[in-house]
Design a binder for this molecule. Structure first.
Ligand SMILES: [Zn+2]
Length: 252
């Protein structure tokens, strides 16, 4: 058995389109993914979707400004714990949560993986803790009592090269993506280093990025992986998300 990838849809957000794709108009409704990696040595999540708090208290969780700007679609059925259970996976057996970065739409279900450590890049953790990132960072999502393992640079999760975190900064100071090698091919979980297929194909960046040069360099890395035959999984791409089988079906 090699590494296996499963995907779950943990809510939707509708946001002003120009904020996430330069030059776009109107609003865009984007999926919030979470992924499970099953490996002979353990279970790891890559991001955990939206917090269950958002089912009935958007303003209390996000604050009034973000609550007014964003339309959140979140139900009890779309929490990561509900998605995992419906697909026949035991969330209590997840050993590790890997966060691409610590924005709330990626950390909301961390606490549901109650026996897991959390793995993030040191630079991301430091930025989140500093408070400079504003309300997109929710301390309650990582102040859960879970052990937080802070790494710098590439990190080989299971020690065999099949599941490797690598820095892909630009969206945030410590963003990381994940490279998977499976018996069904290679995959890259881009996270928000590349929101959409169009981000890469049309080189259309979000309106606000932490470091534009770093963002463009991360996109080039994804382009190189794709040219080498890897399948890219984008952060919030409504155009390609429908092609990603949902758990319990295996993606890769
Ligand atoms: Zn996001």
């Amino acid at each position: 058995m090699t590494a296996e990838l499963y995907a779950f849809e943990c809510g939707w957000i509708t946001a002003p389109a120009a904020g996430v794709l330069s030059g776009a108009t109107g609003e865009m409704r984007i999926p919030i993914p979470a992924y499970l990696i099953r490996h002979p040595k353990g279970l790891a999540m890559f991001d955990t979707g939206l917090s269950a708090t958002l089912i009935d208290d958007v303003e209390g969780y996000l604050g009034s400004a973000s609550a007014a700007r964003l339309k959140i679609e979140m139900t009890a059925a779309s929490t990561i714990q509900a998605r995992m259970a419906a697909a026949g996976f035991d969330i209590d057996k997840v050993d590790l949560v890997i966060n691409s970065h610590m924005h709330f739409d990626h950390t909301g279900g961390n606490c549901a993986c109650c026996n897991a450590d959390v793995l993030v890049q040191q630079a991301e953790f430091d930025y989140a803790e500093s408070g400079q990132g504003g309300t997109t960072y929710k301390a309650e999502d990582w102040e859960t009592g879970q052990t937080i393992r802070k790494v710098t640079g590439e990190y080989d999760v299971f020690g065999d090269g099949s599941v490797v975190c690598f820095p892909s900064t630009g969206h945030t100071p410590g963003h990381q993506s994940l490279r998977l090698r499976t018996d069904r091919g290679e995959g890259i979980l881009c996270g928000d280093a590349c929101y959409f297929r169009r981000t890469l194909d049309e080189m259309r960046l979000p309106a606000h990025v932490f470091d534009e040069a770093a963002f463009r360099a991360s996109l080039q890395t994804f382009a190189d992986f794709r040219a080498g035959g890897a399948r890219l999984f984008f952060g919030h791409c409504p155009e390609t998300w429908g092609d990603v089988p949902q758990g319990p079906a295996r993606v890769l």
